[in-house]
Structures are given as C-alpha cells and as structure tokens.
Ligand binder design. Structure first.
Ligand code: ADP
Length: 268
C-alpha cells in the first residue's frame, strides 16, 4: 500500500509547531468554535511571548473568521505557502472561510475533496514557529477528523480537547468521541463542559439550565479516566461578542467566564 506523500509534507511543515491540538465535540452547537477562539485568545493574551494559531478545519461550517473578528480578510499565497490572517501579533488564523467569495456560499464536498483541503491546510500554511496550533473541527467523527488524525500522526499530534454541554444526550456523544480518539491513537487531553450554568447579566447569579441527571461531564471523566479541564457558564455577553467578533477577554476581563477560562488554560 502506498503511503500518502502528504503525511511527510505535513510533518515537515509543522516541525516548528510545539503543541498541535484538535478541538472536538460530539454534537454541534455546544460551543466548540467559541472555546477554540477563547482558548487561542487566552493563550496569546496571557502569555504574550507565545505564538498561537487557529486552523479552522470545519470545512462546511467555518466560523473562526467571524468569531475572531477577521471576517472578509484575504489570505495570500507566497513562495513559502499561504500566509494566515493575523488577529494579534502573536495570534493567526487560517480558514476556508477566507477563500469563499461570499460568506453565504455553501461547500458541498465529498470526503476525498475535504481530505485534500485538510492536507493543503496542514502542509501549505506558513505559520512560522508556533507554540500552539488549535484546530477547530466539525461536530462528530467524520472525514475531517480521520484526515486530520492521519496527516498529524507522524507530525506529532499532541492530543484532543473535547467540548460538551452537561446534558446526557451530549455526554453520550462525548463517549463516542473518546472511543474515536482511542481507535485512531489520539491522546485525550481532557474535556471542557460549556454552558454548565447560566450567568445572569443583571444579578450575576448562576442557575442550572440543563437537567444534569448523571453528574455531568466531571463525573463522566472520572468514570472514563480522562482529565476534566473545567467548565464555563453560558453568558449572553459572550454570545454577542462572538457574533460581532469582539474580544470578550479584554472587554470582560473580570468576568466569571474569563476566570474559569484561565483555570482551564492552566490545566491544559
Ligand atoms: P459549535 O462550534 O459547537 O457548533 P459554537 O461555538 O458555534 O458551537 O456555539 C454555538 C452558539 O452558542 C454560538 O452562537 C455561540 O456564540 C454560543 N455560545 C457558545 N458558548 C457560549 C457560552 N458559554 N455563553 C454564551 N453563548 C455561548
């Protein structure tokens, strides 16, 4: 069986990238893209000597350009590859969203074409040297995940972070994500529970919104012996900042979300 030459190209391209992390979720809408953006902003902001980048491999639903506030920017091709878009001096992003002529364009691709795009993203973006490359993926375990795991295996994938809500329906899918990671030999760095509580913008009181019958993500992590990285509340201001591409971290520096985020970052 011939080996895909892309595997070596990805290894060569990413040799100056210290930590390569996939961000996964079992279901859509649990906050995976939001967390990817928050973690990248948090790492870049808290440790400004670190170089951080986000690669959006959610081919059919790229949201990083909008969430990171760089919608409509262009990527350029140079002799050394594609240049990513810079959000801050030490935070860059690459997404298929930058290559679409309109943000409303639908990408309707079968597996091999998605595989080709991921190979190109992993082997042709000129990131420079990076401390963290966070990769936002589509929900579930599909072509994109298998392609990424295959191409990154030789390049030294650090592992995966799984995002979930506390609901049992979401947790059921997290178990499948953990099983997928085991099967493709990807280390689970831990699970983040999002929307654990609702943070009232008027009185700052935290209330439970989802029925938690089995102890939520923390209990599941203990059962499955994977690290629990922490939880974030649902905060309407965060949703608004993401929609408008504003930097929640600097605007809401004293918020519960930022405090929780910083403790999650320490746990990674
Ligand atoms: P996914 O990537 O898992 O599909 P998103 O990150 O796109 O999910 O989040 C889905 C929606 O929920 C978005 O509108 C986002 O702004 C919002 N959201 C996610 N996490 C939070 C949170 N902790 N507080 C408020 N809104 C959130």
């Amino acid at each position: 069986k011939t080996v895909d030459p892309g595997i070596q190209l990805v290894k060569d391209r990413l040799q100056d990238v210290r930590h390569k992390i996939l961000i996964l979720s079992g279901k859509g809408g649990v906050g995976k893209s939001t967390l990817t953006a928050l973690l990248s902003r948090g790492l870049a902001h808290n440790y400004n000597e670190l170089n951080v980048a986000v690669l959006d491999i959610d081919i059919c639903g790229p949201s990083q350009p909008r969430v990171l506030g760089v919608n409509g920017e262009q990527v350029h091709q140079s002799g050394s590859g594609w240049s990513p878009v810079y959000v801050e001096d030490n935070l860059s992003v690459m997404s298929i969203g930058f290559l679409l002529s309109s943000p409303d364009d639908a990408i309707i691709w079968r597996g091999p074409k998605k595989n080709g795009m991921i190979r190109q993203f992993l082997s042709e973006v000129d990131w420079g040297s990076l401390d963290y490359l966070l990769m936002d993926t589509p929900p579930g375990t599909s072509d994109e995940h298998l392609s990424a795991a295959t191409y990154l295996a030789k390049a030294g994938l650090t592992g995966a972070i799984i995002v979930t809500t506390p609901q049992e329906v979401a947790l059921l899918d997290v178990r499948k994500e953990i099983d997928f990671c085991k099967k493709v030999n990807v280390k689970v760095l831990g699970v983040i529970e999002n929307m654990s509580t609702f943070l009232c913008p008027c009185c700052q009181k935290q209330s439970e919104i989802f029925p938690v019958t089995t102890g939520g993500a923390q209990r599941m992590c203990a059962d499955l012996k994977v690290p629990f990285l922490g939880s974030l509340p649902l905060d309407p201001t965060l949703a608004r900042c993401c929609d408008e591409g504003r930097n929640y971290l600097t605007e809401m520096a004293d918020s519960t979300v930022v405090k929780e985020l910083n403790s999650i970052i320490k746990n990674i």
